[in-house]
Design a protein around this ligand. Structure first.
Ligand code: PEP
Ligand code: MG
Length: 738
């Protein structure tokens, strides 16, 4: 294999060698092309002129059958098989004995390897195994791209073909780069063993070690680096004890393979079978088996089961089955261009971190880790939720243009960084950021935002492997405050867990309707230990500077009063024990449960500030689950009902000492932000990427004119259900970029 000869020569020599060793007159290699036909790439025994000329459709002949079913086929007389089809240019008609095996990699068919004999030969089990082992070498050659040089124009090899894969968007943006596998595949170099007995012993030792390590992970009860949950580990453990699977590996080792080659062989065969299953449950098990095989391979080749965070290329796109948030944070951000996952929905923790890092990310891309090779060119389109693997030059150029335009727009927004956020008629609008992790904080400097209007403290809890202690919470809050400096205001929202925000280490209670369930402040008031410890951590961390605390999901004034009482009690406690206190303590509330709309006067008298959580407020107002794509976008944030609700809040706060802001997603969208300013809001808190576009819109608009149009349209009893069209036209007529 290592000889410095041309690829075709090497392939030709391989078929000669195989034929000789198998005592066969013919040995041929067929490679699966992108158009799903199989092309003869090399032969010993058939006519040489047929090489690169003879092709078979995947539904044609014995070769097609093997490719389709991904199973070996041994026949003493091929010509009597119903699928036999004869290609005159090959001179095949004189052969009877036939043995073909699929060239498999990670369960995907890359081609077919065939030997043939003139006689009616019966191939033994061992011979079938031997040819399958040889096919592993060919698989490596095909997958590595080595055969690329032999590709005829318009006849791309399947495994290297461009792929378009659909997933779901996890984080916005477009990234171009090269594949880096988060859990690098172990490339098995040693296929053939000296002593099968020694290999069986190695295999047994490795299996034992893997079982112990899985038991330990389960015992510890934490979430592993890959974000594994207990259930997954339990399934993996079950497979690790599966006798059929173990027996199969032992059998393969006894045919002369090394332990690691046997693991790979068995796994590839299993994958091939499971990939042809339509039962989602069985396909799901594929992941568990992959996981186990990977652990075994790492055990056998003596590498730890960890990511290759070092040696990252400049434009890395991480591809993984799943990934924990901590693992993503371990990578060098500067080298990352995107993330692609087989699992992971938009609310997964790794998605939250990807968004905080400003990394385009796509999830739920089926089977992607086995469809790409390290180093492959890949494009992540986090806007459309799709990826392009090994893109054609025109596709790559189109995306490069898209990315360039985005970068240019970002550049324009960056230029706005120091421009005061004031409308044309002089209304100052304070733009703040929503944050939740330390990695969010540099955005303050980049965007020129005035402060943090919403710090979602639950994110620390969501990305942690176990419940953060009071000391750990305090440490994070201190780090946040230190990083942003004494003059920048920040509002810490107390834990908003429950609903879709699940802590993996907390026992889950089954609820019919979790969004309306036991969550956020409700947990805080029923189990005050957790809330008290968080408030104490916040007060301690804020010693010597102002401290703003906000309660989520408050439905009645009474709940707020009880929450505030806890703050007072903790303050008294710290005073008694001589702890330094914040210079000022302000307590506020999210307006996100509609019932509070009817107690606004009372709440504004008692709270130091209120902030509109439009994400939840709209979900409850319209009874439309914010996580359910079918209904989430059914109701417009610019509808008359929503705008009137927003207006009620800002008007209730008017003339009181209670400050008011918006921190839900509506504040992140330029047209909606204009509407909010028209209603009278002067403080908006948003995601970092929104600051530029929102500011660009605001500085081109007049607050007075906006107020007029909103007052007029909302007063009309026969008005449209949504003001979107009116407001868009308004913006367009005044050249306001929205
Ligand atoms: C909201 O509900 O609008 C909000 C800002 O909070 P979250 O999105 O964290 O629920
Ligand atoms: Mg909310």
């Amino acid at each position: 294999m290592a000889e410095p000869i041309s690829t075709q020569d090497r392939l030709d020599r391989i078929v000669v060698l195989i034929a000789a060793n198998m005592v066969a007159e013919v040995c041929s290699v067929y490679v699966l092309r992108a158009d799903q036909t199989l092309e003869l790439y090399a032969t010993e025994g058939l006519k040489r002129e047929a090489v690169h000329h003879t092709t078979m459709r995947a539904d044609e002949g014995l070769v097609g059958l093997i490719a389709r079913e991904a199973q070996p086929l041994a026949l003493s007389d091929a010509q009597t098989h119903p699928s036999f089809s004869y290609k005159p240019e090959t001179g095949e008609e004189i052969y009877h004995g036939f043995l073909g095996v699929p060239v498999l990699r990670a369960g995907n068919t890359l081609g077919v390897l065939v030997v043939q004999n003139r006689t009616m030969r019966t191939y033994t089990e061992e011979e079938v195994e031997a040819l399958q082992t040889t096919a592993m070498v060919l698989a490596e050659m095909v997958a590595s791209g080595e055969l690329q040089a032999l590709v005829q124009p318009g006849a791309d090899i399947a495994v290297r073909r461009p792929l378009y894969l659909q997933g779901v968007s996890l984080a916005d943006g477009v990234g171009l780069g090269h594949v880096v596998l988060h859990e690098p595949r172990v490339v098995v170099k040693n296929l053939i063993a000296e002593s099968p007995e020694a290999e069986v012993a190695r295999l047994e030792t490795a299996i034992k070690a893997v079982r112990v390590s899985i038991d330990k992970l389960i015992e510890r009860g934490d979430v592993g680096d890959g974000g594994e949950h207990r259930e997954v580990l339990e399934t993996v453990r079950m497979f690790a004890h599966d006798q059929g699977w173990l027996r199969r590996m032992r059998e393969v080792v006894l045919t002369g393979l090394t332990a690691e080659a046997a693991v790979e062989r068995v796994q590839s065969d299993t994958r091939a079978r499971l990939l042809r299953q339509t039962d989602p449950y069985l396909r799901e098990r594929l992941h568990d088996l992959d996981d186990l095989a990977n652990r075994l391979l790492h055990q056998l080749v003596g590498r730890d089961f960890v990511a290759a965070a070092e040696a990252l290329p400049d434009n890395a796109i991480l591809v993984a089955r799943s990934m924990g948030p901590a693992a993503l944070l371990d990578y060098q951000r500067a080298n990352l261009r995107g993330v692609v996952l087989e699992e992971g929905g938009p609310t997964s923790h790794v998605a939250i971190v990807a968004r905080a890092l400003g990394l385009p990310a796509v999830g739920e891309v089926e089977n992607v880790t086995s469809l790409v090779e390290p180093g492959d060119a890949i494009i992540v389109d986090g806007v459309a939720g799709e990826i392009q693997v090994r893109p054609r030059p025109d596709i790559e150029a189109a995306y490069a243009e898209k990315a360039r335009l985005r970068a240019k727009r970002q550049e324009q927004y960056r230029a706005l960084r120091d421009v005061p956020s004031v409308t044309k008629d002089g209304a100052a609008i304070e733009l703040q950021l929503n944050a939740g992790l330390l990695v969010d904080l540099p955005h303050l400097e980049e965007t020129g935002a005035a402060g943090i209007g919403l710090f979602r403290t639950e994110i620390q809890f969501m990305v942690a492997e176990r419940m953060p202690s009071t000391a750990e919470q305090q440490k994070l809050y201190q780090a946040v405050l230190e990083q942003i400096g004494p003059a920048t205001p920040v509002v810490f929202r107390t834990l908003d867990i429950g609903g879709d925000k699940i802590l993996p280490y907390m026992s889950q209670i089954e609820e019919e309707n979790p969004a309306l369930g036991w969550r956020a402040i409700r947990i805080g008031l029923d189990r005050p230990g957790l809330l008290r410890s968080q408030i104490r951590a916040l007060l301690k961390a804020s010693a010597g500077r102002p401290c703003a605390i906000m309660f989520p999901m408050v439905a009645t004034v009474d709940e707020f009063v009880r929450g505030r009482a806890i703050v007072d009690r903790e303050t008294a406690h710290l005073t008694r024990h001589g702890h330094p206190l914040p210079t000022r303590i302000e307590v506020g509330v999210m307006i996100e449960v509609p019932s509070l709309l009817f107690q606004l006067d009372e709440i504004c008298r008692r709270a130091d500030f209120v902030s509109v959580g439009s994400n939840d407020l709209l979900q409850f107002l319209f009874a439309a689950d914010r996580e359910n794509r079918q209904v989430a976008s059914r109701y417009d944030a610019l509808s008359v009902n929503a705008l009137r609700a927003f207006r009620t809040i800002v008007e209730a706060a008017k003339g009181t000492a209670c400050r008011v802001s918006v921190c839900g997603e509506v504040a992140s969208r330029p047209l909606e932000a204009l509407a909010l300013v028209g209603l009278g809001y002067r403080t908006l808190s948003m995601s970092p990427a929104a600051v530029g576009p929102v500011k660009a819109a605001l500085i081109a608009a007049e607050a007075g004119a906006l107020a007029e149009v909103l007052a007029r349209e909302l007063a009309r009893a026969d008005g449209d259900a949504s003001l979107r069209a009116t407001l868009s036209a308004f913006a367009e007529a005044r050249h306001i970029p929205v």
